[in-house]
Design a protein around this ligand. Sequence first.
Ligand SMILES: Nc1ncnc2c1ncn2[C@@H]1O[C@H](COP(=O)(O)OP(=O)(O)OP(=O)(O)O)[C@@H](O)[C@H]1O
Ligand SMILES: [Mg+2]
Length: 407
Amino acid sequence: MSGIFLAGSDDSWEESVRKAFGGTISGELRAWNESSEDDTSKTLGDIRSIEPLVVTVGPALGTESALKLCSEIDESFPEICVVLVSEPGDGVFERALRSGVRDVVSPLADGSEIRETLDRAKDTALKRRSNLSSGTLNTETQSRVIAVVSPKGGAGKTAISTNLAVGLAQQLPGQVVVMDLDVQFGDVGHALRLLPERTLSDVVAQGSRLDATVVKACLTPHPSGLFVLSAPDTPAEADDVSPEQITKIIEILAKDFKYVILDTAAGLDEFTLTAMESATDLLLVCATDVASTRSMRKEIEAFDQIGLTTQRRHFALNRADARVGLEIRDIEGTIGMEVNVAIPSSRNVPLSMNQGTPILESSPRTPVARAYGELVNHFLAPPNDSPTLTTSTEAAVSRFRRKREVR
Ligand SMILES: Nc1ncnc2c1ncn2[C@@H]1O[C@H](COP(=O)(O)OP(=O)(O)OP(=O)(O)O)[C@@H](O)[C@H]1O
Ligand SMILES: [Mg+2]
């Protein structure tokens, strides 16, 4: 297996790539420097025999020919990452995404940018290979879509979502994705120390052209084997996101990943309702205080009223050891559900979130990490029923939404 194949390249690009890797490029670098635009089948044949991880296309081809070649490579070799070598502008990036391109890099980019882009593409290609060999990509898996919800802010949803996602990905690398549906103020990226290049905004910017290729290109890989779809960079960008688009994105993710974790904003906003509607499982998170417990009871009553009754429900009690005069039994009685996992208070949690390293990676032996581990095992165990959404549920949720909009 070779490293990088340069298709439709020229001497200057080949030289730039060699320099960027300072002679230490792993795997072989092969280049096809002819600018013949009719030689697609020869290029595909070369790629088949060389088996590179990454193919760069351009800059010696015209934009149309380069994009056509990118599409053909993406369709023939879904495990390979394609990088377009082109100046940005004129909607090139959007068109490139539609052609299955992972990234676009300028032929005049400096060495460190070229190296970073190609290293990132190689990482993604390796993950795609591991997905393909475990048979998860583009196959109809019995996916579990877990919406992590709480009526009150600060209950611990993001801490739980990120640790659950990382814990599942440690067991099933490449098969878990976490989507940040706290669309305005999401902080999943920070909690995992990621600097996403693309976010939900880039997905929805594709409008009616939104499809699996676009969604895949906007995921950020985490070293644990997890993929992340981050929230937009600014709250203003949330205005461009619609619940219909969210439903479509979740459907796409559920086709490619075994576990889709949806971190949500507190309460029942449009996106949280959409997340719950699309979920197979609701993970209800409640802190150990009277106000949170009462709000949780009201939220569960609301689920029943609007017909959100087909999703499996799970209950995580956070800061379960807080000495505030409430026993777990009292809380279970008020909420009407048994606690599935009780997570203790620990200052390691804010520490790890500030550092961007989930507890399951930074302090796996602590009691709080053991509790997150229990939660992971809880969701790894096969469910004994298979909930499906009914039309009446969808209708009830729409009615609830309309009522909220009128208020
Ligand atoms: N078990 C715990 N022990 C101690 N601190 C915790 C625990 N769980 C969460 N925290 C801390 O509480 C704060 C809120 O947690 P988190 O961000 O996960 O909540 P959230 O429900 O996602 O909040 P929001 O509704 O604002 O999105 C964070 O500072 C987090 O580090
Ligand atoms: Mg949060």
